[in-house]
Design a protein around this ligand. Sequence first.
Ligand code: FAD
Length: 428
Amino acid sequence: MLINDGDTVCIVGAGPGGSACAIALLSEARRVGRKINVVLFEHKKFSEHRHYNQCIGVLSPPFEDILKNELDLTLPENLVLNNMEGYRLHSDLLSLDLIGEESGRSVSVRRSKFDAFMLEEAQKAGAQVVHNRVTSIEINHDGVLVYSEGDNFKCAVVVGAFGLDDGTCSIFEQGTPYRQPDFLNTVITRLYPGKEFISSMDSTIHAFLLSHPGLEFGAVTPKGEHISINIAGRKVSSHIMMEFLRSAPVQRFLPPHQRREKPLNYFKGKFPIAPARNLFGDRYVTIGDAAGLMRPFKGKGINSAILTGVYSARSIMGHGVSKQAFAENFYRECSELTEDLPYGRVVRLLTNLATSLKFMDHMIAVAAERPDFMKAMFGSVSGHDPYKKIIMETASLSLAFTFAQKILGHFVFRQEARLPAKSASPTA
Ligand SMILES: Cc1cc2nc3c(=O)[nH]c(=O)nc-3n(C[C@H](O)[C@H](O)[C@H](O)COP(=O)(O)OP(=O)(O)OC[C@H]3O[C@@H](n4cnc5c(N)ncnc54)[C@H](O)[C@@H]3O)c2cc1C
């Protein structure tokens, strides 16, 4: 099942994963002197900015290296809304600037503009873009039929780059053994507080780990002329968003005249927290969110989507489109993401335990006192280091002893426990 001259590859979805896959397929084909057709299905018209994208649009390191090294692209500066300066972590009572170093800058962009840029580059590379929704796929031993609202296409392999689109997940579940990944729901809203308030805010990403039932985490991100606010959890809703907005730690970041206002718009989304089952097979492979290959907290989902798109392209061009070829090449190249998944799960579990037991204030207090734990917090929130590295570097007897003391104070002598807040500042 190799790719030959004249073969067609269909890609369902032109988010960062799908466009990156198209660019990489065509550049790999050029490199080995083969002529292939790449058909990219995307039902949205990004350049019309009509569709809302749930993503906050923060591109974080090493996005510039990935774009340059893997796709020979440079992000146009006119797409950059803000250079993000850092992270501040908030618990119920404390706040802490996370101090650490990342190898490159973080910037915020408008997602529809970023997607339009990537899609244009895919077109320039020679991909045929079909602005229709894919409605069904049929995998046979000699090829794949991709049905859309317009033309149908016969191809050698289909790449699923459809994110967590419910309808398309079902289409792949019906046509292949693929099963969509486990996910968290998200609700996002925007506030437009006016120029003066926005310019008084630092370009900092505020991450919230509060002990609110049903809420795993939240974030407040200043972005150009507005503030994006998002929350995530199994069952988050507009109601939980209202409670999040009304909570004391969040109120400080809202303009005084909007602190009691109900946001006008909510958008729902989801992001994966585990890999999809059977994420590849004979003549199909999924990438990005559809494959569920990303970190559980600071997912850097755009980077993961681009990278898995490139890995799938190399695997298809170099080794063919059989299940075995994807297992031995595509999936092996994804090992940086897949090997870290169990460690990420442990960190997520511990974090959820800490927030539900109202222990996060102590964790922030310890991070304020101990550079090793500060480094671990920075690594987890920024997504800079793999969780495995964070756990290995941070686990120590002295830290275990510090936490044992805190836990004892918290649960046994709760009424007497005092929070040391040397460099962590109270939120209220
Ligand atoms: C609230 C929230 C905030 C986030 N913020 C960030 C962030 O700041 N930075 C970051 O790096 N990541 C962030 N992410 C994650 C990021 O959005 C995703 O990881 C990333 O978009 C995945 O890219 P993708 O190409 O796999 O899928 P997507 O970007 O979801 O693209 C899928 C595309 O497929 C198209 N499509 C689907 N079905 C069909 C069909 N049947 N026919 C034709 N087209 C179809 C869709 O229209 C879409 O354009 C966030 C996620 C959420 C939920």
